[in-house]
Design a protein around this ligand. Structure first.
Ligand code: USQ
Length: 388
């Protein structure tokens, strides 16, 4: 299949591109290198030594028969360039991993709020708009987030995959069943853009019959996939700073670097998690199982387990006894404590084999990989610097 990966130089996009390429797909990357540029503005860098996209691809293309190529386009700003490219490239599938994905960064100040809305909503809308014009048969896959559902909206529920059955009263007071998108409860500007994307998708699927898949992903952990492990030039980025670093990877690298784990608030927040290897497998499954034309937007919960943050910290403490923890005043407006159960039957039915956090091999692999990059630890970026 011919696949465009937008954001193919990023933390999800790079290993996704390699995984699809390794499985025989013809991949082209579109990227504007915004993640690398934002690192510079935040005075931080990937914990791992990542190569330029040119160097990465030069190496990958020695491993694989079908080379991956790339083109630099800002999908939110360069509409004509993007349209011309999609017209000439003729992809079967477009995977959009090019949104600004940090909740703290999106809440940092008025400029980052504005940038996140402009980048995420314009980018997503431009692609949909072009698909209608160029080829409505293109399958569009978007990386959404578990955070759109909110936490603890209705106690003791299991979060369904995108839709809920509700009853609405007609004018005679008779209750009638309807199936609707799960109500949105975003906790940041970033999460809000994902909830607004969902309305774009519903409208474009209904009006033009576009084939759209939205992946509501949990917090990724891990670094390596089968493909990124093949050579040091292929290594993935690993965000360590308090804006882009995510909780499990940060806890582990803090332990490696003898820095006390930064538990925000009570540590009783429960979140959904998925290993990066499982994440790329899910995207491949989504590519190979598109919705039919005219069907509802296909929504998957792309996660494998839910864990409370204190449990996570205790697991790391038990495995790596030198670990210390600290309780940090929560910089975010979020529930101090929540329970979370999530339905993920669709990917399991398609054959996904979950990698769980209590799988010692995967945690050790990550811990050992981090040991090699201890010199890249930036102490100054560990405590929160975005507050809301
Ligand atoms: N947290 C800590 N200590 C830290 C960092 C975070 O206690 O050092 C806490 C946060 O307060 C929060 C939880 O850990 O309760 C998760 O925070 P996070 O930064 O790991 O993840 P989040 O901001 O929710 O966003 C990340 C990705 C985002 C993705 C989302 C999936 O950046 O792109 O959409 O995870 S989910 O959280 O399921 O919506």
């Amino acid at each position: 299949m011919k696949i465009l990966v937008i954001g193919g130089d990023g933390f999800c996009g790079w290993p996704t591109s390699l995984h699809l390429s390794a499985n025989g797909h013809n991949v082209t990357i579109i990227d504007n290198f915004s993640r690398r540029k934002i690192d510079n503005t935040l005075n931080t860098k990937s914990f791992t030594d990542i190569k330029t996209l040119d160097e990465r691809l030069q190496k990958w293309n020695t491993f694989n028969n079908i080379p991956i190529h790339y083109i630099e386009i800002d999908v939110a700003k360069e509409y004509s360039k993007l349209k011309d490219f999609i017209e000439s490239n003729k992809p079967d599938t477009i995977i959009h991993l090019g949104e600004q994905r940090s909740a703290p960064y999106s809440m940092k100040n008025d400029e980052t709020r504005s940038y996140t809305v402009q980048n995420n909503l314009m980018g997503t809308h431009n692609i949909l708009n072009i698909i209608v014009e160029v080829n409505p048969d293109i399958h569009f896959i978007h990386l959404g987030t578990m955070g759109v559902y909110g936490y603890g909206t209705v106690s003791d529920t299991i979060i369904p995959e995108g839709y809920v059955d509700v009853k609405m009263k007609d004018k005679h007071g008779v209750e009638k069943p309807v199936n609707i998108l799960h109500p949105s409860y975003p906790g940041s500007i970033y999460h809000m853009t994902k909830t607004q994307d969902a309305l774009f998708f519903q409208f474009y699927a209904k009006n033009w019959g576009l084939k759209i898949t939205d992946l509501h992903q949990g917090i990724i952990w891990g670094l390596h996939t089968e493909e990124t492990k093949l050579h040091p030039h292929l290594i993935n980025r690993l965000d360590q700073d308090s804006d882009y670093g995510t909780v499990l990877n940060r806890f582990l690298l803090q332990s490696v670097c003898d820095y006390p784990l930064t538990i925000y608030g009570s540590g009783k927040q429960t979140r959904a998690f998925i290993h990066i290897q499982n994440s790329v497998q899910c995207i491949k499954l989504a590519v190979e199982n598109p919705p039919k034309k005219g069907e509802n937007v296909k929504i998957f919960n792309q996660m494998t387990e839910t864990i409370q943050l204190n449990t996570l910290a205790n697991t790391i403490k038990a495995l790596y006894p030198k670990t210390k923890v600290q309780n940090v005043t929560n910089p975010r407006k979020e529930l101090d404590e929540n329970s979370l159960e999530v339905e993920n039957k669709q990917f399991l039915d398609l054959g996904l084999e979950p990698i769980y956090v209590n799988n010692r091999d995967y945690l050790d692999e990550l811990y050992n990989a981090m040991e090699d990059y201890k010199d890249n630890f930036v102490d100054a970026n560990m405590l929160p610097c975005s507050f809301w």
